[in-house]
Design a protein around this ligand. Structure first.
Ligand SMILES: Cc1cc2nc3c(=O)[nH]c(=O)nc-3n(C[C@H](O)[C@H](O)[C@H](O)COP(=O)(O)OP(=O)(O)OC[C@H]3O[C@@H](n4cnc5c(N)ncnc54)[C@H](O)[C@@H]3O)c2cc1C
Length: 427
């Protein structure tokens, strides 16, 4: 049994805390917020899809889907309320970044059911949708944005997948399950120093004074992850860098005939969309080249007000695809911050400081994987602390629901840049 500190009680840190507690470790979770999930997790669109650019990421998402589907069993504890998966299916409209044939091949390898829809099938199945090809995405102030489509799109459809209705509650569920297994949570506590002796972690300092010792420390600080890495003196040896990025997700009323439609990835127009249980529609962006990226230097100083400009850009694109959509005058929605890895693939790994682990670079796309991230981090920590040289012989994790195997080398801090990455939130 080892003593572990998890910094960050978001959906990722809470899941890691649950699995370490299940493993019999003595776990303390430290978070500067007032409760679990109040960081970037609370802003999440909580979409559960499977398309990523590598087989290991796809296997991770597919296995995690089964955890969401069997959420009570996954948590293993009776709670008063549970977050819920809305299994409405996922539609990825044709776009070069989606690499449909390649993803279909990876889905086949991971044993994920899917359908390839040609133009006629898409038009027949979703008659409320304008199937026109407009891409590459353009600014709405560009006259070309308003030009007629040049062709029609097909799509890649998975009947499974969808969204979790309440990402904050999902993190709370994981934290409550960890609590029931003996984990302790220290809220309103800021980690101010990472303590080490030689090349070994020995604990953290909180609020500038109190010292808590540990054998293992995990950085699960979401967009604040780089600050903690700096305190630990790690990061310069990584081949993959991470950086926070501001994002807006907008909400509008959806025409009734759209619901409960599938989640829609529309990289042809540069957006994604999903319904909400109360008849709304969320519209997020997929980093189209025509839009400036909003990199952030200080996460605590981000403008958390949605802007008219972003709102109009994203919702007008949505209305192009869904002509019945009304565009309100007043922006509604939320602002959140991604922790973007240079290849949009997370880092789940040890570091060169012994006993210091990272679950970072979640790139706006790892909510869905949180249930399994707890498990893969737990196995990684157990094996590395037992002497495994993970950098040379990467840990491999068996997926209990799907039978797949995840090679954790795919999430290494020292991996080769993932050249198959879409360069967007799709991973
Ligand atoms: C707008 C938006 C939409 C998204 N949509 C999706 C989606 O549809 N599907 C999907 O899969 N993913 C999505 N994501 C990504 C997903 O939400 C994140 O990957 C995930 O929530 C990250 O969780 P986390 O626990 O790592 O980070 P966080 O939830 O940010 O938790 C980090 C915690 O660390 C704490 N902390 C930071 N610094 C310190 C310190 N010094 N001391 C103590 N505590 C500290 C913070 O208080 C915070 O609670 C989205 C993200 C955003 C922002």
């Amino acid at each position: 049994m080892s003593k572990a500190i998890v910094i960050g009680a978001g959906v990722i840190g809470s899941s890691i805390a649950l699995e370490l507690s299940r493993n019999g470790d003595d776990v303390i979770v430290i978070d500067k917020g007032a409760g679990a999930g109040q960081g970037s997790t609370s802003a999440s669109s909580a979409i559960i899809r499977f398309n990523y650019s590598t087989l290991d990421s796809i296997a991770l998402a597919w296995e995690s889907y089964h955890c969401w589907k069997n959420w009570r069993e996954h948590l293993g504890v009776e709670l008063t309320s549970y977050s819920q998966l809305f299994d409405v299916g996922v539609l990825m409209l044709d776009a070069p970044e989606i690499a449909k044939e390649r993803i279909a091949d990876l889905y086949t390898q991971a044993k994920i059911p899917f359908e390839l829809w040609d133009k006629e099938t898409l038009a027949m199945k979703l008659p409320h949708l304008d199937p026109g090809k407009y891409g590459p995405p353009k600014s709405i102030s560009d006259e070309e944005f308003w030009e007629d489509s040049t062709d029609s799109l097909g799509a890649l459809f998975t009947p499974q997948g969808g969204y979790v209705n309440d990402p904050l509650l999902a993190a709370e569920n994981l934290a409550d399950a960890a609590l029931s297994r003996g984990a302790q949570f220290r809220f309103k506590s800021v980690v101010t120093k990472v303590m080490q002796k030689g090349n070994r972690i020995i604990g953290v300092e909180i609020n500038g004074s109190e010292k808590i010792t540990a054998d293992v420390v995990v950085n699960a600080c979401g967009p604040w992850s780089s600050e903690i890495n700096k305190m630990a003196g790690v990061g310069s040896e990584f081949t993959i860098s991470v950086r926070p990025m501001r994002q807006e997700v907008h909400q509008v009323n959806a025409p009734l005939n759209l619901l409960p439609g599938p989640i829609m990835g529309d990289l042809d127009l540069g957006i994604y969309m999903r319904g909400t249980p109360n008849g709304g529609l969320l519209v997020g962006g997929t980093e189209p080249e025509c839009d400036p990226l909003e990199w952030v230097d200080n996460v605590d100083k981000v403008n958390m007000n949605r802007t008219q400009e972003r709102f109009e850009a994203q919702v007008t694109r949505a209305a192009r695809r869904l002509p019945a959509l009304q565009i309100p005058n007043t922006p509604l929605g939320i602002v959140g911050v991604y922790d973007v890895a240079s290849d949009w693939t997370p880092i789940y790994d040890r570091t060169d400081l012994d006993g210091f682990y990272v679950a970072i670079g979640t790139s706006g796309n790892q909510f869905k994987n949180a249930p399994m991230v707890g498990k893969i981090l737990c196995q990684l920590i157990s094996e590395v602390e037992a002497g495994r040289n993970h950098d040379v012989e990467p840990v491999r994790v068996h997926c209990g629901h799907t039978g797949n195997e995840i090679n954790m080398g795919a999430f290494s801090r020292k991996r080769q840049f993932n050249s198959e990455s879409s360069g967007t939130v799709m991973g």
